[in-house]
Design a binder for this molecule. Structure first.
Ligand code: SF4
Length: 100
């Protein structure tokens, strides 16, 4: 298993979604070491918004070191009765139709 490239910090962790199966999403990893050969949507969005320069850089993921501190603050502000989470990133990404 590849190791992470390093650590980054973020100011926010939870993002409201527009999908019916999740009110919020979070992204505690930047990048993915799987290296799928088909166009990776997460990479394309990260590159589009200037978060990563190349696919080679995407393959060396960074972990968000202050994830738990941010979640402590942000989750306490949510309406817990109606909040559902959808995770855009996982410690090990398992996208469907994954090929190497
Ligand atoms: S597993 Fe998902 S995020 Fe990772 S490279 Fe493949 S499509 Fe992209």
């Amino acid at each position: 298993m590849k190791s992470v490239k390093g650590y980054i910090e973020r100011k926010t962790m939870l993002y409201k979604t527009g999908v019916e199966y999740g009110d919020y999403t979070m992204n505690h990893v930047l990048g993915c070491a799987h290296g799928c050969k088909y166009p990776c949507y997460a990479f394309l969005m990260a590159r589009r918004f200037g978060k990563v320069a190349s696919y080679e850089a995407w393959l060396e993921p960074y972990l968000v070191s202050n994830t738990l501190e941010i979640l402590d603050k942000e989750i306490s502000r949510l309406n817990r009765k109606s909040s559902r989470f959808n995770y855009a990133s996982r410690p090990t990404r398992l996208c469907t139709n994954m090929t190497k």
